[in-house]
Design a protein around this ligand. Sequence first.
Ligand SMILES: [Zn+2]
Length: 1111
Amino acid sequence: MAQPGRPPAAVGHSGQNGAGEQRYTNGPVQNSLVHSSQMSDGQGYSSAVPGLYSHQVPAKVPLQPSSGQYNFGGSQNVSPLSNQRSGQTINRPSMGHTSVVPLQHASSGPQMLPPSQNSAAVPSSSSSFVPGAHNAALSNWQYDQTPMSQPTGSQTHHFAHIAGTASTHPSLSLSGSTNPPTSHQYTVSPGGPPLQNSYMKPGSVPAPVNRPLASVFPPARSPPGPPPVGGPTLVRPSAPPVGPPPTSSVPHPPLNSASNHEGDVTATASDGSLVQNSYDAIEGGGFMATTFPSPAPQNLNLGRSIGYSYPTLPPAYQSASSPGAPGMQSSPLQYPAGSQSFPQPALGGNHLTASMGRLSLQPEGLRPINLLQERNILPVTPLQAPVPNLHEEIQKLNCNPELFRCTLTNIPQTQALLNKAKLPLGLLLHPFKDLSQLPVVTSSTIVRCRSCRTYINPFVSFLDQRRWKCNLCYRVNDVPEEFMYNPVTRVYGEPHKRPEVQNATIEFMAPSEYMLRPPQPPVYLFVFDVSHNAIETGYLNTVCKTLLDNLDLLPGNTRTKIGFITFDSTIHFYSLQEGLSQPQMLIVSDIEDVFIPMPENLLVNLNENKELIQDLLRTLPQMFTKSLETQSALGPALQAAFKLMSPTGGRISVFQTQLPSLGVGALKSREEPNQRAAAKDIHLTPSTDFYKKLALDCSGQQVAVDLFLLSGQYSDLASLGCISRYSAGSVYYYQSYHHQHNPVQVEKLQKELKRYVTRKIGFEAVMRIRCTKGLSIHTFHGNFFVRSTDLLSLPNVNPDAGYAVQMSVEESLTDMPVVSFQSALLYTSSKGERRIRVHTMCLPVVTTLSDVYLGADVQAITGLLANMAVDRSVSASLSDARDALVNAVIDSLSAYRSLVLSIQQPGLMAPYSLRLFPLHVLALLKQKAFQTGTNIRLDERIFTMCQVKNQPLIYLMLMTHPNLYRVDNLTDEGALNINDRTIPQPPILQLSVEKLSRDGAYLMDAGSVMFMWVGKNCGQNFISQVLGVPSYASIPQNMTHLPELETAESIRTIAFISWLREQRPFFPILYIIRDEGPLKSSFLQNMIEDRTESALSYYEFLLHIQQQVNK
Ligand SMILES: [Zn+2]
């Protein structure tokens, strides 16, 4: 057995955040608190304060066995357990022995819905926990939804149709910029000493200390602002020292927050739900929370229209104003002189469109394209996110679009305008992405808006050195004393140069106020299906081996705990108590009333008990090889796992290979192969709410459940998947996993499991998204539970999860040149630190339809529509969702044609920015989630839907519209050079067989799978030098690996494929297929532009759209 003896604690700090974490400690005065979280670390063992968490623990199944059957008198005594089996060690009991297992399929726990109610439960439980959530009209797919009103309606979908009405819905958006969160210019700020140790090192910070302030910065009022000609006109770099405007005239925007005071922890569950929003109080209310006027003194009220300051728009943004920036005053205080004269406005399209009438210039994004004529619209390089049309000084601070992206990078000023555009407004987030560099601030004071709790960010305005204005609610806040010191430059009096104000992506070390209890240790529980069926697949070998190899890489610290449960018709626990010579197996066969034998020895310290754990992992695969038990008591096993994990929270990884058949959560097959084709009546909704309810229980105890489904048969993923969806877990699916029949899956499982167990993880997390007043966020997509209107509960957060939200424009954004948006993710790191990761994005507001189209981000739009279509498929039907997707294209292109195009032309016209929209939507229709046809198994379809909901946009796009490359003629021209490797960059080809030549070989990268198709007449050179076989005919039928040959061709090809694989968290299998192989149909299925038996070709699709548009 390979058992590398890696030293423990191999995962350092950097492991938590990628390579280049930088920390900034705070100023001179406050260092005492710098590492408060670590202090709590020491005491954190006690799982104290359970009361705070207990609100969601259902008062169900008591731990004590109620039946006297097993006389289990206490948790410490194993012997009476499970009949005669007491004290048993790992040897699997002989099969014949059956410990009174009450076989009760349909029986359900007291809190479960009786199976008979299943059908009735379906509609209401489909995607919202609240009955009546689906009352919105479903027939028309509009994006202006009713604001989410129900507290728990996480995955709701309101498609209320509000055609053209000027309704009041906020929209919101933040899209990204090209600016990676990695730049830290502040390191070189003028005047500052060489940075030396400005980061990290608590206590090493120099001691400049409290200088007198008053004399330098007039605290109170500054001169009246510049005349607000045509609205705010300022630009961030030269924020003038403007004071608050006259307080009287300007109405104060309503401020919203759950609590206005830092310590006010009484955030109410406004809905009266059971959920106590403890986290709400900590993280602070958002705009969605109860709204009430700020109690702030009146003289702090600020009209939002008076936008002196900082991050407003580039002057030329207003068409009326000249680039000279009228009304700007230079700041004597903070900004470098150079920036006072406005830098040239960014020459984004907006400026041009604004003056288009006069100049008859047209930005590229608006160039009308006749899609029927221009067939070669696919760019040969990966499509980039559009760059928001902001002043470059602002844009360069903007959030990276890989983290935060908006469907419309030009935000429509009103909902009416948004309605006209017929495009969805929403955000796509990848908030916990692995970052190579992440600024981390350790400070005793985290500066946030007193009203809306927004974290200070690059887009706030400094009115003067002592006051900053919130860019979300416009409240004026004081700059705390300690914020005056810049730890980076070590200069006093430069609050605007603090890292918090220089980085759109930043992480804070959270002080103890951000904790409901001391940070818990990382706890990992593995739950394995060991039924006959499971053992037969051979998965347990692979999993145990992979775990064994990576045990030391599990993120954590000296407190990390681990445990194991196995199950078939009974549940098996493993005591790993110190002092045992080998692990001890405890079998509980009462699956009706699951209890935990000796709970204190089942989850044990990883470091202190490593040998026993390794022993178990080595033994486990062999223990059940003779098992004939075919039943699966998954539900009871999950209940046991939940109970075991409840005190601390943590992560449950469950491996399942079949339909659960025993105890609560038992399921019946619903897949009827002959009906797979029918778009309706397929079972996309769960058949029981057991898994969802259990997931909510888990969520309440900070437990997430990740599901690995390895099954060749229907396993009802629609029901099982709920366990992960609502507990913020992940779902993995290995269809027809078998170590011998399907060996290529073994490598995939190994690789993906390694990523899974070693990737960063955050515990006890919540995420809130805030946006500038006037915008509102309503529907959330992803795996989580919506705890209080807008607070997403994430018992675990992982770096591979994506989220999407829909937004609307609730109040007109008049006089707002820009809006902002902020996501804040509060979590406990595997090191036991409480941290907050904040991303902020700023986008311009526009008033014309052409500007809205100009800023359209077609990939983000497609991603959001895909999420909405999943909801629609579940709540209505697949065909409904498909219709809605097609209508989205028709409606937007119709609107463009009738409202923007000045000259009507024949053909199907689209603005350049949306030229790929029909193609992407067609690709969605052909995607496994949404396609019709008989060849998609139900679980496979459901899994694809899970991926749509949970994957970051970049992977979603790849699986929707794969990239096709010709690879038999790779060259170094234009290649990337990474770490001495040369990575060829072949152009991306259109997905049509027209682009294939029988002389060539092509690689199709569909994200989680790759196909290499080799043409019949492919050059002999490629066949021998890359494939390593003598002739075309000798290419093996089931080839899945390229041999590593010493030829230049082989090295290039492998470098390219490896590079593609390295960039994603999953491991795509490579299938090498000959011209006429059995897998050819899978390859052709992805040829989006071609006709298939059940779907239109791209050209036919365009004709269809054209017909509808011209109606
Ligand atoms: Zn605010």
